[in-house]
Design a protein around this ligand. Structure first.
Ligand code: SF4
Ligand code: SF4
Length: 107
């Protein structure tokens, strides 16, 4: 998700509650992610806590999806969170899963 004031992500959060947010394990320490917000997903692979389930929701996400949300670890978020962009395919799939308009409506 993105975090600028005008970003549609501020009223969304769908991608934080759709995918397993996984990354190379060493990134957790390199980004300064708190250990209690990271889980082991596979050998050498970590994921954001709460995202390795059938109904994911990142433990770092505050708020109500589709209304008002905030990433409480924004400065420390791992690569997958930095790669997804409003309006791209992963965004669209996540928003559709949560019944939100696709394509994303920009603020
Ligand atoms: S699904 Fe799209 S609009 Fe929603 S938080 Fe993720 S990148 Fe932003
Ligand atoms: S770390 Fe932040 S941006 Fe990444 S999935 Fe969790 S709440 Fe979303």
């Amino acid at each position: 998700m993105a975090d600028a004031d005008a970003s549609p992500c501020r009223a969304c959060g769908a991608c934080c509650a759709t995918y397993r947010v996984s990354f190379y394990w060493a990134e957790a320490a390199a980004r300064g992610l708190p250990p209690d917000r990271v889980e082991k997903a596979a050998p050498l692979i970590a994921c954001m806590a709460g995202t390795n389930t059938a109904q994911p929701r990142c433990a770092a996400l505050d708020g109500t999806i589709g209304r008002v949300v905030r990433c409480t670890l924004y400065a420390h978020r791992p690569t997958p969170c930095r790669e997804v962009q409003p309006g791209d395919d992963k965004c669209a799939q996540a928003r559709a899963r949560h019944g939100l308009p696709v394509p994303v409506v920009r603020a």
